[in-house]
Design a protein around this ligand. Sequence first.
Ligand code: PLP
Length: 391
Amino acid sequence: MLKTISGFDRIGEENAFAVLARATQLASEGRDIINLGIGQPDFQTPGHIVEAAIKALRDGHHGYTPATGILPLREAVCADLHARTGATASPDNVVIVPGGKVTMFAAILMFGEPGAEILYPDPGFPIYRSMIEFTGAKPVPVPIREQNDFAFSADETLGLINERTRLIILNSPANPTGGVTPRAEIEKLVAGLAAHPNVAVMSDEIYAQMTYDGMEHVSLASFEELRDRLILLDGWSKTYAMTGWRMGYSIWPDQLIDKARKLAVNAWSCVNAPAQYAGLAALTGPQDAVREMVAEFDARRKLVVDGLNALPNVTCRTPLGAFYAFPNIRETGWKSKPLASALLEKAGVAVIGGPDFGTLGEGYIRLSYANSRENIERALQRIGTFLERAD
Ligand code: PLP
């Protein structure tokens, strides 16, 4: 019997991948499955980005790069951040990482250990809790509430901080709820954090460019007073339809950047060189494809929300960001996970049960609207028929 460290007895995973595997299996058996489970854009990576990667390979960019990424890319990250949010950052504080997840992995590893506490959103991206558990730190859920339109509450977050708190994880726009936290709430949180100077903040802004109805995305990076303890997580996966390229970035405060760099040297050396050139083309090239994609998501969002609210005993707040809807299904009489499973097996629609994102996810399911309008309409029809029959 091999004895691994105890963290592996506690580490979790992302059920969206298990649902994807089951949906793929059912489809391979000939079933017509509509996948509203996985959170990845259903668009192609824009052509000029793909061409930049091919050109990079042809130009001989096939070797190692600096562990933190090629300088022009780190400069482009800072320029893009500044243009979008007004925040200033130095390329010396940027690390190009293989996907958005890697930043949370690194940040949680840096601060988590037995005796430490880490605050994370519930419901929220499942890897936060999984990694906190892995390190032996205590995961402290910050409730994300439907009555707040799934924005986080500054008061509730601040109220959970104690002398053991090392790190706070924030996510807006949010997975799985589509919630976007308004400026006033973020400002209140930042003001309150002044009383806790030894607490680091990791802000997951991977859906930063996906907000709707004029809702503003407020980057934590735009608060100068947090600069010495903010870790910014962002990347290319969602914005540029590049989930499989594994391209993300983090911006680290001065006191952590060298630790992050060393982790990169120890774990992945550098990110795939042609992918970095693709990332550079994405940031510096035309942004029309991003705008078109977000406009299409917006149209689907309305379709999904209207369709869900027309279903028996289902209500759905209008999400203001990302590409997820998180309807309340309590009145259907179903628990979330059995409903998600029945919808896949019996109605051929893949969705994710809310509890896969935390205990406060019970009573909800997550639908990703990264699928065509036609498929969304068919899926809603199937869910409606299923719920009417199951009544
Ligand atoms: N953060 C959030 C909130 C996400 O929803 C996801 C992916 O679903 C990620 C990070 C990870 O992104 P990546 O695929 O780039 O690792």
